[in-house]
Design a protein around this ligand. Sequence first.
Ligand code: CP
Length: 299
Amino acid sequence: NRSLVSIDDYTKEEILEVLARAAEFEKNPNSNILEGKVISSLFFEPSTRTRLSFETAISRMGGRIVGFSDSSSSSTSKGETLNDTIKMVSNYSDLIVMRHPIEGSARWASEVSDVPVINAGDGANQHPTQTMLDLYSIQKTQGTLENLNIFMVGDLKYGRTVHSLLMALSHFNPTFHFIAPKELEIPRAYKIFMDENNITYYEHTEFDSIINDADILYMTRVQRERFADPLEYEKVKNVYILKNNMLKDTKDNLRILHPLPRVNEIAVDVDTNPKAYYFEQALNGVYARQAIIAKALNL
Ligand code: CP
C-alpha cells in the first residue's frame, strides 16, 4: 500500500518528487483536492507541530479530520489493542496519520490497515514526515541537497528525526558530523547503514570549536520521555547549548535547524540571528505534509 512508515519507503526519486510537490503547495496552499476525504489523526503521544501542521494541511486541501490528540480519551484507556483500533479506524477513513510511543507500531498499523498509514513518529525509531520538511528546508536554504556538511547535535540515540534524516540525506553524498555524549551516540544500526552506503561520518563529543565548516547545524532536544532512569537524563540534559557567540566564524550559508520543541539547547538570543531557521522550518511542515498526503492518496 501507499503508506509512509520509514523514510526508506521513499526512493530518492520519490523524495525529490514530493519536495517538488511541496514547493507547488507553498505557492498555492489552498485547494479542494481532499474534498470528500476523511483523514484520521491518531496521536497516542503529545505533539504540537506535527499534529497541527497535518490538520492545517488537510484543512487547506478541503479534507475532513477525525481522531484524537489524547489517547486517554479513546478506548485505548479501556484496554483496546492498537490492532483493533486501526482495524476500526481504517473503515472510517481514507488515510491514517498516527503517532505512537512504541517503535514499530506504525509498521504494524500499516499491515493491519486497509488504507495508507503515515507515521507521525514511532517511539525513538522514525519520523519520516519531519524528514521531508527538513529536506525541504535544507533544499530551500542551500539551493541543493547534494554534498553538504551536516552537523547533528544532541540526542542522536533517541532522536527519531535524526534517524530518518540521516537515511534520507544518504542519497545526496553528505559528510556527517555527529556531536553527542557517549550515552546518546548514533545507534549501531545506523552506523552499519552508513558504512554499507559508503557515507563519510565523524563522531565528536566536543561542540564549541568544530561547527565552522557546517552548512546545516541540526540541533536536537534530549528526549527525556525515552529514558528509563530519570537520573540518566539528569546527567546529559544540558550537555550542549548553542549560543549566539558560537556562530561568529560560521559560514554565511549556515542554517540552524531544530525539529522543535526546544528545551534549552538553543539560547533564545540565537532566534534573531539570520542563520536561525527553525521556525520557518516548522512552517515548511505544512507544505511537505500536503505533498505527502497527496502522494499517499494518489492525487
Ligand atoms: N517536531 C515535532 O515532531 O514536533 P511535535 O512533537 O510538536 O509534533
